[in-house]
Ligand binder design. Structure first.
Ligand code: SF4
Length: 196
């Protein structure tokens, strides 16, 4: 079996898929490309926690895209090319994963988005299939959802930050934890200023 590129959206969602795949002895690298995560503070925080999850399993993390790209998520013109904002979001990320897979000699790709019962699982799988055909690589479909709770528990055990909204500013505004989340941004920025 050839090498897999595992797109990962965050540390907690990566835990179960990594555990399963490493136990199976799969050869893989993790791939970060999530310009949907807003604001920048949260983008950096999720990226840092994914690095911790990868370190835990001694897996290499490849990171593409240096910052969140609010302009895509706020552009009505760009959005109008897709049936919905989430379609656009999955499309942009799976496009990058499939392209990186093809350009860098991986046999297949998959995504940790397939672990979450809160994501649109079938839609993600359909988009991955489309991108796999476009780039001539294999989409390695795995339904990780049965391990979602176990993965969240493992994330807690190793002290990973577990976010309370999907990623974009719209999902943050809709979160019932909105005020707490904004407060955590303030506290986080203050903590980083005080250590400078
Ligand atoms: S709700 Fe989640 S999947 Fe949908 S656009 Fe926002 S970040 Fe992307």
């Amino acid at each position: 079996m050839g090498k897999m590129l595992l797109h990962a959206c965050c540390g907690p969602c990566a835990m179960y898929p990594l555990d399963l795949l490493m136990t199976e002895g799969r050869d893989l690298d993790c791939f970060w490309y999530n310009p949907n995560i807003q604001p920048q503070f949260e983008f950096d925080r999720r990226h840092g926690n994914l690095q911790k999850a990868c370190d835990h399993y001694s897996v290499r993390l490849i990171s593409e895209g240096e910052k969140c790209m609010e302009e895509y998520w706020l552009s009505e013109e760009y959005l109008s090319k897709f049936p919905s904002r989430c379609d656009m979001c999955y499309d942009i990320r799976m496009e990058a994963a499939a392209k990186f897979c093809a350009d860098n000699g991986y046999e297949s790709f998959c995504t940790t988005l397939l672990v979450s019962p809160y994501q649109q699982h079938d839609k993600i799988a359909r988009i991955c299939d489309m991108k796999a055909s476009k780039y001539g690589v294999k989409f390695d479909y795995i339904d990780f959802r049965p391990g979602f709770r176990q993965g969240q528990d493992m994330a807690r055990e190793i002290g990973l930050y577990r976010q309370k909204y999907c990623g974009c500013i719209f999902s943050l505004e809709e979160s019932k934890f909105r005020d707490k989340i904004y407060k955590s941004f303030e506290e986080g920025s203050l903590a980083s200023t005080s250590t400078e």
